[in-house]
Design a protein around this ligand. Structure first.
Ligand SMILES: [Zn+2]
Length: 404
C-alpha cells in the first residue's frame, strides 16, 4: 500500500512537473531570443526522440506480455487507438517499430539518437535481416524517404513495369475535373528527380498541381523507376504526335523513350535560359559600373561557379535549394555593390529576401523589391508578387510584433 501510494505520488509529481514545464514553455517562447528559440527547439526534438524510443520499448513489452487483453482490447492496435487515443497512423507506425525493434534492438538506439525515424523503420522493417541490419541502418542514417526507398529497391528489386497509356473514366468531383479525359502513362527508366519538385519550389500563384495521388514515382530496382501520371487530352495528343514524328527512331513509340527525349530537350532549354549558358559564348561585354544590369557572361560564370544551387551558407551549412534561383549582390547595389563575378552569388528566393532584410530591414525590402531572378522575362511580374508574398508570409509567421 505504501509502495502504491509512493508510486502514485511520483506519477502525480511527474505530471505536475511536466505540466509546469509545458506552461513555462508556452508562455515564455515569444520572449526568447532567436538563439534561445533554436536551442529550445533542439532540446525538445531530442526529448521527443527519447520519449518515442521509450514509448516503443514500452509497447514492445505490452505486446510481448499481451497486456492489452486484460485491458479489454483484442489487439495492441486497438489498445493504442482506443485506450491511448493515438491516431491510427501513429499507432501503426509505433507498433511496426516496436515489432522491428524486438528483432533488432539497435533500432531503439538509432531512433533515440535521431539517426533514423519512424518512417525509415516502417520502410525498412520488412527487409532487415540479422546479416544486413547494421549495414542498412548505417546507410539509412539521416537519409530522406526518397533515399530509403532506393535502399529498399536495392534490397528487393522489382521487375520493370510495362509502359502503358490508357483512358481513365471521367471523374465526378470538381477537383478531378482538372484531369477530365485524363490518360495514365506508366513508364520506367526515368530519372527520379523529374518528379521530385518540392512544395517550396512551386511559384506562389502558379496553377495548382494535380492531386499528388495522381502522380507517383517510385524506385523499382537500382537505376529503375516507375513513373505514373495523369495528363489531359492536349498532353495526350502531344504524346501521340511525338510518337508519330519519332516513329523512325522509336518504332514502338515507347512513352518512356519519348518522355526521356522530351525532358532532355526541356532541360537543355531551361539550363540555357536560367544560366545563360551557350555552346558558343560571345566575349563578355564591357560591364557598366553603376547599373543594376548583370551581364550574361557574369550570370553564366556565377551559375557555373555556384553549381546552380543557392550559395547561402548558414550556421548549419549551405542551402540545398535549386529551384527559383535569383542573382544576389553580396554587397548590395544600393550600397555600391557592382555586378562582378566576385560580388554576385546565386540565392533561392527565401535567402535573397533574407539577405536583403538583414541589410536594409524588412519594411524597406518589401517596398523596394528588385527582380534579379534567373527566370524568363515573362515571369518577372509573378516573381515580384511572389517575393512580396513570401516576405509577408515570413513576417506573419514570425513570433513577436511585426517589424513595421
Ligand atoms: Zn537558399
Amino acid at each position: 500500500m505504501i509502495v502504491a501510494k509512493r508510486q502514485r505520488h511520483n506519477l502525480d509529481a511527474h505530471a505536475t512537473r511536466d505540466t509546469r514545464d509545458m506552461d513555462l514553455t508556452l508562455s515564455s517562447l515569444t520572449h526568447l531570443s532567436d538563439v534561445d528559440v533554436l536551442h529550445e527547439v533542439k532540446r525538445l526534438v531530442h526529448r521527443e526522440r527519447q520519449a518515442t524510443a521509450r514509448l516503443i520499448a514500452a509497447l514492445m513489452e505490452v505486446d510481448a506480455r499481451s497486456l492489452y487483453l486484460a485491458e479489454g482490447c483484442s489487439s495492441l492496435f486497438t489498445y493504442c487507438t482506443q485506450v491511448l487515443h493515438l491516431s491510427e497512423h501513429t499507432a501503426y507506425g509505433r507498433i511496426q517499430a516496436a515489432r522491428a525493434a524486438r528483432r533488432f534492438p539497435v533500432i531503439l538506439e538509432r531512433l533515440a539518437d535521431g539517426s533514423i525515424n519512424l518512417t525509415t523503420v516502417g520502410l525498412l522493417a520488412a527487409h532487415l535481416t540479422a546479416t544486413n541490419c547494421d549495414e542498412v541502418l548505417h546507410q539509412a542514417r539521416h537519409q530522406p524517404k526518397r533515399v530509403i526507398e532506393e535502399i529498399v529497391a536495392k534490397l528487393r528489386p522489382k521487375p520493370d513495369v510495362a509502359s502503358s497509356v490508357r483512358k481513365l473514366p471521367a471523374p465526378k468531383r470538381r477537383v478531378a475535373a482538372q484531369v477530365q479525359h485524363g490518360t495514365v502513362i506508366r513508364s520506367s527508366a526515368v530519372p527520379e528527380a523529374v518528379l521530385s519538385a518540392t512544395p517550396q519550389a512551386a511559384a506562389p500563384g502558379a496553377a495548382a498541381p494535380a492531386p499528388s495521388t495522381l502522380s507517383t514515382v517510385s524506385p523499382l530496382a537500382p537505376e529503375r523507376y516507375k513513373v505514373q501520371l495523369t495528363v489531359n487530352r492536349a498532353t495526350y495528343e502531344k504524346l501521340r504526335r511525338a510518337q508519330d514524328l519519332l516513329r523512325h527512331r522509336v518504332p514502338n513509340g515507347d512513352p518512356a523513350e519519348i518522355f526521356d527525349r522530351a525532358l532532355s530537350l526541356l532541360l537543355e532549354k531551361l539550363e540555357r535560359d536560367k544560366s545563360a549558358t551557350t555552346d558558343a559564348p560571345r566575349h563578355a561585354r564591357q560591364r557598366t559600373p553603376g547599373t543594376r544590369h548583370i551581364p550574361t557572361a557574369i550570370r553564366r560564370a556565377v551559375w557555373t561557379r555556384d553549381g546552380g544551387q543557392c550559395a547561402f551558407v548558414g550556421r548549419q551549412g549551405r542551402c540545398t535549394e535549386r529551384g527559383l534561383l535569383e542573382f544576389h549582390h553580396v554587397q548590395p547595389y544600393a550600397a555600391g555593390g557592382d555586378a562582378t563575378v566576385e560580388n554576385i552569388q546565386l540565392r533561392c528566393r527565401s535567402h535573397n529576401i533574407y539577405d536583403a532584410e538583414q541589410f536594409f530591414g524588412a519594411l524597406f525590402v518589401r517596398e523596394t523589391a528588385v527582380d534579379y531572378s534567373c527566370s524568363s522575362p515573362d515571369s518577372k511580374s509573378l516573381n515580384r508578387r511572389s517575393r512580396a508574398h513570401a516576405s509577408t508570409q515570413r513576417q506573419r509567421t514570425r513570433a513577436g510584433p511585426p517589424a513595421e
